[in-house]
Each structure stands twice: as C-alpha cells, then as structure tokens.
Design a protein around this ligand. Structure first.
Ligand SMILES: [Zn+2]
Length: 412
C-alpha cells in the first residue's frame, strides 16, 4: 500500500508507539499537495516513522498544518499572545475562554474588554513586548478539547498551566488516547472521552458490508472492505471509473468512520485500451464545439487522464465531466481547471460567426472557437499539415481586425 504514497508533504516530530519515543515522521500523500495552500479534508495521509518505518494513516483534517481551520476553535493566552477583537482569550483559573470585544492601551497597561458567559468584563495585563508567535492562532485547551485536537496542534494544558504540542494518537487496546508533549519535555497520555472513542471495527465492517451489497448488488464480488481503527479501506477492481467513484462516494457518506482509503482499481475486461485511444477520445470530447473547456493540455499515462483547462464563469461542467469519466478504459481522471471571467458580448457574436464560416468551408474538421476578452482562440483538429496551413490562412482572411490565436492539432 505504501508504494502509492510518494509525495512528501512535511516532516513532523510525532510519537511512534513502536519506538515508544518521539521521532521524526514523514507525512506522505498519494497526490501532490502544498501545505501552504489549504489541503482539502478527507485526504488519507501516511505518517511514517523515519526510525522504524512503521506508519499510521491520518486524514488531512486530523493534522494541523499551520493554517487556521475556520471551524476549529483555538484560544489565545492572556499571558503571551497578541490579541484582537473577535479572538478567544483564555485566563488561568477560568472555566472557559472569553471573547475579545476591544483592546486598548494606557501608558502602562493593556486593557481588554471581553464577554465571558454573557457578562462584560475587563482584563488587564502589563504591556507585552514579547508575544508567543509559536502559536499565533492560539491553543487547544486541554483536557476540555482533547476530542477535537489535531496532530501537531499547539495545546495549553489548563490544569498544569503549560503549553505543549499534540504529537500523536494511540490505541491502548481499544481505548484511544491523545499524546501530548509539554514544554518541559514530559509526555502525557490523555484518554479521550467516551463520545470520541472508536466504535468496534467488526460491527462497523459488518454494517458497511451489508449496505454496500444492498446498494451495489452486482459489484459485491469485486469489492473487498476492511475497517481498522474506524478507517475504511476499499480494495478490489471494477470495470469503469464511474463505478469506482460511485462506490467511494457511497462509502464516504456512511457515518461513524474517520475516513476512507480508496484502493479500488479500474480493470477493463477484454482487450486493453491504450493511452493513445484514451487521448483521442478525450480530444473528441474537448474539441466538440459545445465543450466549455479551452486551452486544453491533455496528457495520458497508464490510463490516467490529466487535463489542464480553462472555462468561463457561466459554464456548466457536469455534462463534460461525466463524458470524460465515461471514457472506456480510464483508470482515473485528474482535472485541473481555472475559471475565467466572461468575454464581452461583441466578441461572442464574432466567435459564433467565425465558427459558422469555418464549419461551412471545412466540413471534415472539428472546430472550437472561443471568444476571449481581447480576441478569439480557435482550437480543434484538422486532417493533415496542408489543411492546417490552409485553415490558418482562411481564419486570417475571415477575421479582419481581430486578434486570433490558433491551436489546431493534426489528427489523421
Ligand atoms: Zn518508530
């Protein structure tokens, strides 16, 4: 399984239960992601110990990558953080953090107006020159937030009055515990409350197997399911990409799981479909005059189709996405799309006229004419290199005063 997780996202010091120590871990993904951009949730990641090479699966929404998760709740500390209105601030000895209303300074003090349990209060601290920028978003307060704490989260242990980092999550028999390293180096194991404890895998697996068999009665034999620490693994092979995606979607919708690791492959029965055939079929779809995609870069490798393309803000993409997914022999589809603003109506009109002229003259070619803000793009395919030259000249003659770009392929 590990051989598919090849993209290194980050290295983190985490607790390894095999080494029984804090060691450097590689965090690996199956696809390239940048931790500087937000990584989408539900992506299965491998966290592998660099010493003993044992690994655990954690999902992207279970790891803290340093960007603030909008839904997450982090509290700043009155003793060390910069504060601004809208922040949550924690004061030692209180039950909960307070919401900051306003912050202002006198000559010697900083005064912070807060709301605590519906009451207005004033907090004071001497003017700080040093802030703790290790956790500019704040901390998870432990033990209260132990269930929501992510791997790598900065934490504040309220009872011990110490900051630290969440470095792991371990299973002691079937009991889940959060592993925290405090600022004094000490490692603490905190048992998660009952509502965050995993359900028995065997029960979840039985329930899931029944539902999958009911929903996909014809595919029952080609799919194998497993559940480990409440993570679903889907193995096996199906004959087309839409089936694979439908199964993954269905499994992801089931409650009580941490996430899904989709290991299903697409295996085409009969004679294998070549990358060239997939590429030709992709171009046939993309060069259709109604295709919303343009400036397409198409690349096929081992039956995986990669497309880079642009589309206009008002485009409907469901149909073309579905058409692409249904290409015979496709193992996977990777779309990288960028939306662009609508072109001016005059340019749309001119593109329509040019398309009609081209279609009337060259009935055996495919043309896709795209109005842009400052000109027109003509894509498509022609039969040979001579025809390509002739078409280019014809386009120039029929588009006086327009800036024209052509991207014509020769498709014999
Ligand atoms: Zn290890």
């Amino acid at each position: 399984m590990l051989r598919y997780w090849i993209h290194l996202l980050q290295e983190k010091r985490l607790y390894c239960s095999t080494c029984n120590a804090i060691t450097s871990h590689r965090i690996l993904a199956r696809e390239p992601f940048s931790i500087h951009a937000e990584i989408p949730p539900e992506i299965p990641l491998v966290c592998q110990c660099k010493i003993c090479e044992s690994f655990v699966i954690a999902f992207s929404h279970e790891i803290f990558f340093g960007t603030k998760n909008a839904k997450a709740e982090y509290a700043k500390l009155l003793s060390q953080n910069r504060l601004a209105p809208g922040d949550w601030v924690y004061v030692d000895g209180k039950q909960r953090p307070s919401l900051v209303d306003a912050v202002y300074k006198t000559q010697t003090e900083e005064i912070i107006d807060v709301e605590y349990d519906g009451q207005k209060e004033k907090l004071k601290r001497s003017i700080l020159t040093q802030f703790n920028e290790k956790a500019p978003f704040g901390f998870r307060l432990l033990p209260a937030q132990v269930g929501e704490t992510l791997l790598g989260d900065p934490i504040y242990h309220v009872l011990r009055k110490m900051i630290g980092v969440a470095i792991g999550s371990v299973f002691d028999k079937d009991v889940k515990k959060l592993v925290v390293q405090l600022e004094n180096g000490k490692i603490v194991f905190i048992t998660l409350p009952d509502e965050f404890q995993p359900l028995p895998d065997s029960i979840l697996l039985r329930r899931l197997t029944e539902r999958v068999q009911q929903r996909f009665p014809n595919l029952g034999n080609s799919i194998r399911l497993n559940v480990v620490h409440n993570v679903v693994y889907v193995y096996g092979s199906v004959s087309n990409l839409p089936d694979k995606e439908a199964i993954a979607r269905f499994v992801k919708m089931q409650p009580n799981f941490r996430g899904v690791v989709d290991m299903l492959s697409v295996y085409c029965v009969g004679s294998p479909v070549s990358d060239e055939e997939i590429s030709r079929e992709a171009f046939r779809i993309l060069e259709n005059e109604k295709s919303p995609f343009f400036c397409n870069e198409v690349h096929v490798k081992e039956n995986v189709l990669y497309i880079n393309a642009y589309y206009f803000a008002d485009a409907h993409l469901e149909k073309i996405k579905s058409d692409l997914h249904h290409i015979l022999g496709l193992r996977d589809l990777k779309l990288e799309l960028e939306e662009v603003p609508l072109p001016p109506p005059t340019m749309r009109k001119r593109a329509e006229i040019l398309l009609a002229t081209l279609k009337a003259k060259y009935t055996d070619c495919n043309f896709h004419v795209i109005p842009l803000s400052e000109g027109i793009l003509v894509e498509g395919s022609v039969k040979n290199i001579w025809q390509k030259g002739a078409v280019n000249i014809f386009i120039l003659q029929n588009s006086k005063g327009l800036k024209i770009n052509t991207r014509l392929r020769v498709d014999a």
